[in-house]
Ligand binder design. Structure first.
Ligand code: HEC
Length: 139
């Protein structure tokens, strides 16, 4: 009887955890960042830049600021502070697309810059990296 009760309690706990566990931090970008039907639509680059801006506004602007200069509301007190992504200087790489994608995917260990791989899709990571590359005098 006691054992039966305990195993029941354990399975309730397990189910409870499973129910809470799945959501990550709960705010994935809304845009699927895929292709939109392109009935003679603008060039792909323009589409990607638009998607990247939306991904940035949703996920990154809280720290990096709407304009990418690092003044987001959540930036206060962070050490190191969120990078200014517009100034053409880079802490984590050389400002190439590959370097930007790398830090977005893997984060910058020991800082508030988390790894976004798994939270954002590859397409979203690419689009937001192109957005940053364009805003930061990328090389
Ligand atoms: C919780 C705050 C926070 C959020 C949200 C955040 N970042 Fe960051 N980010 C940082 C911090 C802090 C650094 C500086 C890391 C360092 O100095 O190594 C940084 C650095 C970077 C860098 C490297 C800049 C450089 O000079 O090398 C890139 C690129 C970047 N973030 C992109 C993004 C993108 C894209 C997003 C959204 C998907 C994002 N960040 C969301 C805090 C944040």
């Amino acid at each position: 009887m006691d054992i039966l009760f305990r195993s029941l309690a354990v399975s309730v706990l397990v189910v409870g955890f499973a129910a809470c566990g799945g959501g990550g931090n709960g705010t994935p970008a809304e845009e699927p960042a895929g292709e939109m039907p392109d009935a003679g639509a603008p060039a792909d680059d323009a589409m990607e830049a638009a998607d990247g801006g939306a991904v940035f506004a949703t996920n990154c602007a809280t720290c990096h600021g709407d304009d990418g200069t690092g003044g987001g509301a959540a930036a206060v007190g962070l050490e190191p502070p969120p990078a200014d992504l517009t100034d053409g200087t880079w802490t984590t790489g050389d400002g190439s697309m590959a370097a930007i994608v790398n830090v977005v995917e893997n984060g910058s260990p020991g800082t508030a810059m988390i790894a976004w791989k798994g939270t954002l899709t590859d397409a979203e990571i690419n689009a937001v990296s192109e957005h940053i590359h364009a805003m930061g005098g990328g090389q």
